[in-house]
Design a protein around this ligand. Structure first.
Ligand SMILES: Cc1cc2nc3c(=O)[nH]c(=O)nc-3n(C[C@H](O)[C@H](O)[C@H](O)COP(=O)(O)O)c2cc1C
Length: 203
C-alpha cells in the first residue's frame, strides 16, 4: 500500500502534522507513506523573500521533500492532503495542486481511492472544519472516497485543542508557534492508519 501525503506549509505546522500522519500509515504492516511538498507556485519569490521565516521554511521544505506531482498521486492507493487554514479555506498552493489534477479527473485515475484531509490554523474556531470541507469538494469530484475520522479514538472526544471528526487539526496559537501536542499527533496518526486500512480493504 502506497499512501501519498501531499502537503503545503508556510511555517512548518502542517509539515509536523504530515509527519505524524505518515507514522499512522506505517502502523499498517507493509504500508509506505510518501510525503511530498506541493511547493508554492502562487507567491512571487520577491514577496516571500520579504519574510525571513517564510522564505527559509520554503527553501528547507523544497530541499527536504520531493515535489508533489499528479503522476505520483495517480500511482498511490490512497492519500492524505494537508493544508494550513487560509481565511477558513485551503491555502492557494494546495488549491493549485487540485487544479493540476484535471488529467486525473478525465482519466478517472483516483476513482475509488480513499482520501482524508488535515489542517493547522492559529485559532480553534478559525475555520479548521471549513478548510477540511473545502478540500473534500475536489476530492469528491475526483471520485475519491472521503475518509472522515468520526469519533474512532477517545482523543477526538477529549482534545482541548485540535482534532475534529472530519479530520485532524492543530491549533498553532496567536504566533503560530505552538507545537503539535500529543493528542493532536495521535489524531493525525489515526487518519493515516485509517486511510491505509481502508485502502487495504478496497484492494
Ligand atoms: C493569509 C493567511 C490566512 C490565515 N487564515 C487563518 C484563518 O482563517 N484562521 C486561523 O485560525 N488561522 C489563519 N491563519 C493562520 C495559519 O493557518 C496558521 O498559522 C497555521 O498554523 C499555518 O500553518 P503552517 O505553519 O503549516 O504554514 C492564516 C494565515 C495566513 C498567512
Amino acid at each position: 500500500m502506497r499512501i501519498y501525503i501531499p502537503f503545503y506549509s508556510r511555517g512548518g505546522n502542517t509539515e509536523s502534522m504530515a509527519k505524524y500522519v505518515a507514522e499512522g500509515v506505517r502502523q499498517v504492516e507493509g504500508a509506505e507513506a510518501i510525503l511530498a511538498f506541493v511547493g508554492d507556485p502562487c507567491t512571487p519569490e520577491e514577496i516571500r523573500k520579504d519574510f525571513d521565516a517564510w522564505h527559509q521554511t520554503h527553501e528547507r521544505l523544497m530541499d527536504e521533500y520531493p515535489r508533489a506531482t499528479i503522476e505520483d498521486l495517480a500511482e498511490c492507493d490512497g492519500a492524505c492532503f494537508g493544508s494550513p487554514t487560509r481565511y477558513g479555506n485551503a491555502a492557494g498552493p494546495m488549491r493549485n495542486f487540485f487544479d493540476m489534477m484535471g488529467p486525473l479527473w478525465v482519466e478517472g485515475s483516483l476513482e475509488g481511492k480513499p482520501a482524508g484531509c488535515f489542517t493547522s490554523s492559529n485559532t480553534m474556531h478559525g475555520g479548521q472544519e471549513t478548510t477540511i470541507f473545502t478540500m473534500w469538494a475536489p476530492i469528491a469530484h475526483l471520485g475519491m472516497i472521503i475518509v472522515p475520522l468520526g469519533y474512532i479514538i477517545e482523543e477526538i472526544h477529549t482534545t482541548q485543542f485540535g482534532g475534529t471528526p472530519y479530520g485532524p487539526s492543530h491549533v498553532a496559537g496567536r504566533n503560530a508557534d505552538r507545537p503539535v501536542d500529543e493528542t493532536e499527533a495521535t489524531i493525525c496518526r489515526a487518519l493515516g492508519k485509517r486511510v491505509t486500512e481502508i485502502a487495504v480493504k478496497l484492494a
